[in-house]
Design a protein around this ligand. Structure first.
Ligand SMILES: *Cc1c(COP(=O)(O)O)cnc(C)c1O
Length: 437
């Protein structure tokens, strides 16, 4: 074979510890604030909804946090994930650039999300939690948490945004297969859900509403804790296995990336790939350009404001310092359901503010054009979310061709699109529009 295209680590090379960027930040992260007092939230306040061990991780500034053996055992079901070189895509683009992708779609749930659902379920289990409550949009997070809860013997209740519950039954069935209880949000189970239904019996739901319901469920049920699939520090921390593996795999490939690209919803898959590289940027002065790609119709980093805002619609969460479109912003129903969130992880917002990363936004027509080119060259059908990253990768590779530069590009293919084929149908039949579903 003329060219190596796959770079695999052995099981022993799965990271032993998660990397915490908070230890290396040149300026500390602004703390979350209590909405009433505007004072930093204390660990005691957070333990109302999270177990103490995860609260400690959320607030930790320790650089390395050891991955417990039972979590590494579950990671071994799909980790290390492959790093591949997209030679056929390079040829199709006639670019001198080398394009690499880290493929996180090999997990049981088909995305990067089990990297954090598994440790979250584990830490809850050892803290004595009996049941986890969460929300999900299109179902990627709900299915990842359902899988993890099943492995560690926890009950799982998922508030799924009603439009997705009705229009996207497959991930709901995945959650139920893994033993979770799934409700179409807004529900009659919570006061906030009832209020929403009184105002509008046909309310389609939103992620912000579902978060509010999941938190209300948590505080009302003893033995229940809440779990979030993105945005928070401990979630970004758990995802750092992606970047740590990618650093070793790029070494195996004998190359160093010039440009590192990931899509951003709440920011966790991007953080997972990028933060270990940002450490090298800070500590070893590596000149990486790191780019976050978001949908044009829900563009918190490129069009939002950096300020304190709520994480949910009902104003139940602490105030987080983040790029936000406002907690009442209702994103249009684009196909990349996982990228429809009004805010951005405080850590990702912070590195953007510090100039350590760039951000760009793409409309979904460009995204699906890129997704189909990727599927037709590399074979894998990408999820609509990472197809945002692919669109930016393609533009970068074309620029390399035009300017005669041989850059090395690395991106995170954080999920497959086999449960998103209805979105491909819309695109392939010529019915996809920008700014709507
Ligand atoms: C959830 C999800 C995202 C967006 O969430 P982040 O926290 O920004 O990573 C992106 N891609 C896929 C496949 C997802 O499931």
């Amino acid at each position: 074979m003329s060219q190596d295209i796959r770079f695999d680590l052995t099981q022993k090379e799965v990271p032993q510890a998660w990397y915490n960027l908070a230890a290396d930040l040149p300026e500390p992260l602004p703390p979350p604030l209590h909405p009433g007092t505007k004072q930093p939230v204390t660990p005691e306040m957070m333990t109302a909804i999270f177990p103490e061990n995860l609260v400690m991780q959320e607030m930790s500034t320790e650089r390395w946090i050891e991955i417990p053996e039972p979590v590494r055992e579950v990671y071994a079901l799909w980790r290390p994930t492959p790093l591949l070189r997209a030679v056929r895509l390079e040829r199709a683009l006639q670019t001198p650039a080398h394009i690499y992708y880290k493929y996180e779609g090999v997990s049981p749930a088909g995305s990067h999300k089990p990297n954090t659902s598994v440790p979250q379920a584990y830490y809850n289990k050892i803290a004595g939690t009996k049941r986890l409550s969460t929300e999900t949009g299109a179902g990627q997070w709900g299915s990842s948490l359902a899988f993890a809860c099943e492995l560690f013997g926890l009950d799982c209740v998922v508030y799924m945004v009603k439009v997705s519950f009705l229009s996207k039954p497959y991930r709901k069935l995945l959650m139920q297969t893994w033993g979770a209880e799934v409700h179409a949000s807004p529900t009659e189970h919570t006061d906030f859900g009832k209020k929403m239904l009184q105002e509008d019996p046909d309310c389609p739901g939103s992620l912000g509403i579902a978060i509010s319901e999941a938190i209300e469920d948590t505080v009302k049920h003893p033995g229940t804790k809440y779990s979030l699939g993105s945005v928070l520090n401990h979630v970004c921390l758990h995802q750092s296995v992606i970047g740590q593996e990618a650093i070793k795999q790029m070494e195996l490939a004998g190359e160093a990336p010039d440009v590192i690209i990931g899509c951003v919803g709440g920011g966790s898959n991007f953080a997972g790939l990028a933060f270990p590289f940002i450490q090298q940027k800070l500590v070893a002065k590596k000149p990486y350009r790191i780019v976050a790609v978001e949908p044009e119709s829900c563009a918190s980093l490129t069009k939002g404001e950096l300020r304190y805002d709520f994480g949910d619609t009902a104003e139940m969460t602490p105030l987080l310092m983040m790029y936000t479109l406002g907690h009442r912003f209702m994103p249009p129903k684009i196909h990349a359901g996982g990228l429809r969130y009004h805010g951005m992880a405080p850590t990702v917002s912070h590195v953007k503010k510090l100039g350590l990363i760039d951000a760009v936004a793409y409309p979904q027509t460009r995204v699906f054009e890129a997704a189909v080119l990727f599927a037709r060259t590399e074979g894998l059908v990408p999820a609509p979310e990472p197809s945002h990253a692919i669109a930016a990768v393609i533009d970068e590779a074309i620029k390399c061709r035009e300017e005669g530069q041989q850059k090395v590009i690395l991106f995170n293919l954080c999920g497959h699109g086999l449960l998103d084929l209805a979105a491909y149908d819309t695109y392939l039949s010529g019915n996809l529009k920008d700014g709507q579903g």
